[in-house]
Design a protein. Structure first.
Length: 370
């Protein structure tokens, strides 16, 4: 393992802000199955909570570049990467908040990780000891809002016994029965109209709501969550366990936190590069044909349509022939690929894995033909 800090640099478009996402809310396993990182020499990913970029490295990608316009998101990825490479598996989970641990233990473990951090990340986390003590994967604005929502569901919308019954359902039939008979109540449906809608969520994600059909937000969100609660096997759903139990279960971990992924990340730590700045500015700086895998989150919903089209033109220039591109739309679009690029961006192989995300996205998998 390298004892050096990660490579990290800046391009235009960096806009410091609060930590919005401490975890990636789109299941990295879907991107992994589509991109097949072990076959790729260079994967580019939007950082967000760092989960997908680290999952790509953990699945065998030779080199991963993670970019985010908010440098604080890279500070988080920097910290989690340090934990994955500097701690054993048990201590890593306890440090980041994936398993219970006292605040004093997390502070002690952080002192061991400081030498592995970049200067920016070290400055950030030295001054945010309470976040370290709480567990970094629960520190984002999204995670704090989700925790409040989970408390409301557990104690007001339904009952703790109903939540426990769903999380411990022995088979799909039992899970569906709990949801249909005990969970899917009038209060549950009212929750999304009153508390989870474009008006309550817009302050957290203002740019997102500027570029989507906001009137459909509450309905799409509720349908996606209900699909996961009712139809996606609960036993291995790390999102649900973390949301309602405050930690991951040992047998249900995000891909980048598995012991095998940790071993790969430790062996190839220097393969991860963090970039502070806009995705478009990074693409401008990369040579033609440099990247053969792209995990772009739902970046198109944070951009105006013409901006998204310009970004995809740059993706095509930077992409190697045969490169795979994955992106998502929370609000599904009839034509997710701009018409001008339909000839070069063609549908790729759909990912054949279970999507455990609590948000049901339209996932677009494309292959570059040029």
């Amino acid at each position: 393992m390298s004892a050096r800090a990660l490579e990290r640099y800046s391009v235009d478009g960096a806009r410091p802000g609060p930590l919005r996402f401490a975890q990636v809310r789109e299941a990295p396993s879907v991107d992994d199955a589509a991109i097949r990182p072990a076959q790729r020499r260079h994967v580019l990913a939007v950082t967000s909570g760092g989960c997908t970029a680290l999952a790509m490295l953990g699945a065998g990608a030779h080199r991963v570049t993670a970019v985010d316009s908010n440098p604080v998101q890279n500070d988080l990825a920097d910290l989690v990467a340090a934990a994955l490479t500097g701690l054993d598996h048990t201590d890593m989970l306890r440090f980041i908040g994936g398993a219970p641990a006292p605040a004093s233990e997390r502070r002690r473990l952080y002192s061991r990780l400081r030498p592995l951090l970049t200067e920016d990340a070290r400055r950030r986390w030295d001054s945010h000891g309470r976040t370290i003590a709480r567990g970094a994967v629960h520190a984002g604005l999204t995670e704090r809002a989700a925790a409040l929502l989970a408390f409301t569901v557990r104690h007001i919308v339904t009952r703790p016994a109903t939540v426990e019954a769903l999380l411990s359902a022995a088979d799909p039939v039992a899970q569906q029965r709990v949801f249909d008979q005990r969970w899917n109540t009038r209060r549950w449906r009212l929750l999304f109209r009153v508390a989870v809608n474009r008006f309550t969520c817009r302050p957290l994600y203002r740019t997102f709501f500027d570029n989507v059909d906001a009137d459909r937000f509450a309905e799409v969100f509720r349908c996606g969550v209900e699909h996961v609660l009712r139809d996606v096997p609960v036993a291995e759903n790390w999102y649900l366990h973390d949301l309602f139990e405050g930690a991951f279960r040992p047998d249900a971990l995000p891909p980048h936190l598995h012991a095998s992924a940790q071993a790969n990340i430790r062996a190839n730590r220097d393969g991860l590069r963090l970039v502070d700045g806009s995705l478009l500015a990074l693409l401008h700086a990369l040579p033609d044909g440099d990247v053969d895998g792209f995990s772009l989150s739902n970046v198109g919903e944070w951009l105006a349509p013409d901006e998204f089209e310009r970004l995809l033109h740059e993706v095509v220039r930077v992409a190697a022939p045969g490169a795979t591109i994955v992106f998502r739309h929370f609000i599904a679009r009839d034509d997710p690929v701009p018409a001008a690029l339909a000839g070069v961006l063609r549908p790729g192989d759909d990912a054949t894995v279970v999507d455990r995300s609590l948000v049901r996205y339209q996932t677009v998998v494309l292959q570059v033909h040029k």
